[in-house]
Design a protein around this ligand. Structure first.
Ligand code: NAD
Length: 229
């Protein structure tokens, strides 16, 4: 990125898709303008934070009117690079891989799943609903990635295969990795990585569960939580 281009903070980037979804819902109900406080309420964030986030896009809204829904959607889509289709490949066609491939929502949002890879001989060559091509062996990775100009890979292999699968997709030219295997994989500089782990989310939620006061530490924790609300 050229040095004079301001980089949008990662936390802001992570919230932009949420704002976009809220704006899409507003547009569907024919709403043309929205105030920052209303959009913040819909997105479940603080209004000052939302205004700061959108200022990184050069969107400040108009006092007393708010933001133009269609214009703000275009700005966010542009910033996120959602203007064109971005082909995705899936590595590991097990329970989760199959569920993701079956989900039509990715294609609708500009992320068509163009190929699926596995190493199980019983799966290779099989047709899968939701993908135009049959399941490919991992050995064909480079050819398929190049043919489809795919940039993103979803990793749904067992933990033990996640790092090697990541290394292989990166070597094949993939520059964005979405890892579902519950392990931290490493990627080289220049490759974007997101990890999705629902068990981890449940563990975070667990912290907020009321618990019996079995120890002084628990008592102090609940006290802090009450104070934070
Ligand atoms: P699964 O065992 O049903 O499927 C794994 C698939 O990967 C199999 O088809 C297997 O042949 C294939 N595979 C193994 N090594 C491979 C390799 N090197 N290259 C390509 N394919 C390979 O498992 P699952 O239930 O679908 O789960 C997949 C992964 O997702 C696991 O790591 C699991 O822990 C994880 N998972 C994550 C979440 C989450 O919230 N992120 C939820 C459920 C499962």
């Amino acid at each position: 990125m050229p040095p004079d281009v301001q980089q949008v903070p990662a936390a802001t980037v992570a919230r932009l898709p949420l704002y976009l979804r809220c704006l899409e819902e507003l547009e569907q109900t024919k709403v043309e303008t929205v105030s920052s406080s209303r959009l913040a309420e819909l997105a479940g964030v603080n209004a000052a934070k939302l205004r700061k986030d959108l200022s990184h896009l050069g969107s400040y809204g108009t006092r007393g009117v708010g933001y133009q829904v269609a214009h703000l959607m275009r700005s966010i889509r542009f910033e996120l690079g959602l203007d064109e289709q971005s082909p995705v490949i899936v590595i590991g066609l097990g329970n989760l891989g199959q569920a993701l491939v079956n989900h039509a929502g990715f294609g609708d949002r500009g992320f068509p799943i163009v190929a699926v890879f596995d190493i199980d001989p019983n799966k290779i060559g099989r047709r899968v609903e939701g993908v135009d091509t049959a399941v490919e062996h991992l050995d064909n990775l480079e050819t398929v990635v190049a043919a489809h100009e795919a940039r993103t890979a979803i990793i749904t292999t067992p933990v033990g295969a996640a790092q090697s699968a990541t290394d292989r997709v990166v070597a094949a030219g993939i520059t964005s990795v979405l890892n579902f295997a519950p392990t931290v994989v490493q990627v080289p500089e220049g490759v974007a990585l997101r990890q999705v782990d629902l068990a981890l989310e449940l563990q975070i939620l667990s912290y907020y569960q009321p618990r019996p006061e079995t120890s002084p530490e628990h008592g102090a924790r609940d006290e802090n939580l009450r104070a934070a609300r």
